[in-house]
Design a binder for this molecule. Structure first.
Ligand code: CS2
Ligand code: MG
Length: 412
């Protein structure tokens, strides 16, 4: 079997997506997600200019060899663009291999280790009243675990809390927000860590009082605190028994988490912006995190994320695969298949895609009573309607960035 065609398809139904479609001489096709939010066209160019020519007439069955070839022959390794491009190829090859075997991908990855994947949904509100409504909506939708993001008095806009709902999921209801905004420049937001640190514990106290001690609650610090501020927040949230506190501090310097760990037992999740196992090495071997947050799309595909999670499993660290709307239905499905097969599954993020996206990418995954399942169709269980995709040309969009009161640029 040989790869005969490799197409890089960009589409923007509810937001921008980059999809690699491989077609073999036996007519089997495979899809891979290369969507890098706010930098999509860099991956498109990397694929079109540097990788697609290398795939034609290549045997799609040698997935590990192709992975190593793309990683090592590039000479310039790692990084978000390279690893998203490699991920797109890797996932498309796994899709082909599973279709060739006539099996859902998770069967090739070792079969089912569970009947379904506990998912968490994104509840948010500019104040507690709005937040409580959002939590109730998500519980009504079947979510058993809830991520809580709240407005902070004095801040105009903040990550995770939509100024206005943006995506229509086709169920007549407006769903949560899409961080990347269609604009020619990144929107500027304001931030103040001290007012956030004062406010957030009061939010979790109110949520626990209202919804009780059982419901698993998660929060995303979105890389905004210094290590000691993260330690302070982790400690202040301990009474509210969080499932995890995510991205509490930028982790380029992995040692920073030692200080956080010294001061709090709140479980820590990190990794959605990581690209290789090396970004995790110290965090895993020193037990400085409890959940690996990578998405398959940003970590070089199924082949590498499987290895990272196997390494993490030796330290009883679990998966918390990244699943916002900027992971396309293709990348999302690949994460579900891996989540079904691994032993050390923790939880799966689930931010439903919009109606146009769901019409463009037909999916066999299900969400039932709080649990996700990839379905049992051969391969990933996702088909891209190329004609539908053609209706929505790429649109420039940027993620916001932050400035402090004195004008200093800050992590968003
Ligand atoms: C977030 C993401 O879902 C999350 O945990 O951190 O929504 C993140 O902001 C986006 O993926 C950025 O593209
Ligand atoms: Mg996050």
């Amino acid at each position: 079997m040989l790869i005969k065609k490799a197409e890089v398809i960009t589409t923007s139904p509810d937001r921008n997506f980059v999809t690699l479609k491989l077609t073999t001489d036996s007519g089997i096709t495979g899809l891979g997600d290369g969507t890098l939010n706010g930098r999509e066209l860099a991956v498109v160019a990397y694929l079109n200019e540097h990788i697609v020519p290398l795939l034609i007439d290549r045997d799609p069955q040698n997935i590990e060899d192709t992975w190593q070839f793309l990683y090592r022959s590039a000479y310039w390794r790692r990084g978000p663009v390279t690893m998203a491009a490699i991920a797109a190829v890797d996932v498309a090859l796994w899709d082909i291999k599973a279709k060739q075997a006539g099996l859902p991908l998770y069967q090739l990855l070792g079969g089912a280790s569970r009947t379904g994947l506990l998912a968490y949904g994104h509840a948010s509100g500019k104040d507690n009243e709005e937040l409580f409504d959002s939590i109730r909506e998500h519980q009504a939708d079947g979510f058993r675990a809830i991520r809580v993001q709240s407005g902070v008095p004095g801040l105009r806009s903040i990550y995770g809390v939509p100024a206005k709902p943006t995506t229509d999921a086709g169920d007549g209801r407006e769903h949560h927000y899409e961080p990347a905004q269609r604009a020619l420049r990144p929107p500027e937001e304001d931030w103040d860590t001290r007012s956030y640190l004062r406010h957030l514990p009061t939010v979790f106290e109110a949520v626990r009082n209202e919804f009780g001690p059982e419901v698993p609650l998660l929060h995303d610090g979105h890389h905004r605190m210094t290590p000691i501020q993260a330690a302070k927040l982790g400690k202040a949230l301990e009474p509210y028994d969080l499932f995890w506190l995510e991205d509490c501090t930028p982790a380029e310097n992995q040692e920073a988490l030692r200080l956080v760990r010294q001061h709090t037992t709140t479980p820590l999740a990190i990794g959605e912006i990581f690209n290789t196992v090396w970004d995790y090495q110290l965090l895993i071997k020193e037990q400085l995190i409890d959940y690996v947050r990578s998405a398959i799309t940003h970590t070089g595909g199924v082949t590498q994320l499987k290895k990272i999670l196997e390494y993490a499993g030796q330290y009883q660290i679990r998966s918390g695969i990244h699943g916002p709307t900027d992971i396309s239905p293709v990348g999302f499905a690949a994460g579900l298949h891996l989540g079904m097969a691994i032993h050390n599954f923790g939880i799966q993020e689930y931010m439903p895609h919009g109606a146009k996206t769901n019409a463009t990418f037909r999916q066999s995954m299900t969400f039932t009573d709080g649990y996700l399942h990839p379905g049992d169709n051969p391969g990933l269980g996702v088909e891209l309607d190329v004609d539908e995709a053609g209706k929505y040309p790429y649109q420039t969009a940027y993620l916001p960035y932050n400035r402090l009161a004195d004008g200093t640029v800050h992590d968003w």
